[in-house]
Design a binder for this molecule. Structure first.
Ligand SMILES: [Zn+2]
Ligand SMILES: [Zn+2]
Ligand SMILES: [Zn+2]
Ligand SMILES: [Zn+2]
Ligand SMILES: [Zn+2]
Length: 199
C-alpha cells in the first residue's frame, strides 16, 4: 500500500493516524495533515484532503523538506514542539512512538516528549491495576501510554484504548467508564492529546 507523503509510512491504524485519504496517487494520514505546524485547513471538509488544499500541502511539504526529525533523524519532520525554547521537530508517528503529544482542539498544539503535558494525579495504591476499557494490565505508574481519570482517580486506561473509545463515543457520550464523569474527564483527555470528535 502507498505511503503517506508526510510521514512516509504505509500504516493505517485509524486510532493512531486518523483516517487516510488517497487521491491522484497521493496519500495522507488525517493526523499528519492536522498536525503539520504551518498548514491550515482552508477548504470545506469535502475539498482536497480532509479540507486541506493541495497547493497549501505542497507549500508545507517544501518547508518541512529542510526539517530533520529529532527522533528518527530523517528529513521531512512536519510537527514542531510548541514549547517556547524548544526547537524539536518530528514526524507525527515518530512522536507517537516516543511519547510526544499532539492536541486535537484549539490551536492543535504539539509537544515533544520532554514538554508533553503530564498528569498531576497521585495514584491510589491498587492490587491489580487494569485498563477499564480492555481489562488488560496497565503500568504501575502513569505515563504516555497509561492514563487515569482525574475525577475518580480510580479508572486507568491504555492511551490506545481510550482513544478508540473517544472516537466511537464522541463529545456527547465520551465519559469515564468507571465514574461516568464527562466534563473533567474530557478536558483532561483533550489536554493529553486524545482526539474526541464532535460527532
Ligand atoms: Zn502520515
Ligand atoms: Zn521521524
Ligand atoms: Zn519540546
Ligand atoms: Zn486497554
Ligand atoms: Zn472516573
Amino acid at each position: 500500500m502507498a505511503e503517506c507523503v508526510f510521514c512516509k509510512r504505509a500504516d493505517n491504524d485509524p486510532y493512531i493516524f486518523g483516517e487516510t485519504c488517497q487521491r491522484g496517487g497521493l496519500r495522507f494520514h488525517k493526523n499528519c495533515l492536522y498536525h503539520a505546524s504551518n498548514l491550515t485547513q482552508r477548504g470545506e471538509d469535502n475539498e482536497g484532503f480532509f479540507g486541506f488544499l493541495l497547493p497549501d500541502i505542497q507549500q508545507e511539504l517544501q518547508r518541512v523538506a529542510q526539517k530533520k526529525c529529532c527522533i528518527c533523524q530523517k528529513w521531512g519532520a512536519s510537527v514542531r514542539c510548541h514549547h517556547q525554547r524548544c526547537s524539536c521537530t518530528f514526524h507525527f508517528p515518530c512522536g507517537r512512538e516516543r511519547g510526544c503529544v499532539s492536541q486535537f482542539f484549539g490551536e492543535y498544539r504539539s509537544f515533544c516528549w520532554q514538554h508533553a503535558p503530564k498528569q498531576q494525579v497521585r495514584l491510589v495504591p491498587q492490587e491489580h491495576r487494569q485498563c477499564t476499557v480492555c481489562m488488560e494490565a496497565v503500568e504501575e505508574h502513569l505515563s504516555f501510554t497509561t492514563l487515569t481519570c482525574p475525577a475518580c482517580n480510580t479508572a486507568h486506561f491504555h492511551r490506545y484504548c481510550v482513544q478508540r473509545q473517544a472516537l466511537i463515543a464522541a463529545r456527547h457520550r465520551f465519559h469515564c467508564l468507571f465514574c461516568w464523569d464527562m466534563e473533567t474527564f474530557q478536558a483532561e483527555m483533550l489536554k493529553l492529546g486524545i482526539n474526541i470528535p464532535s460527532m
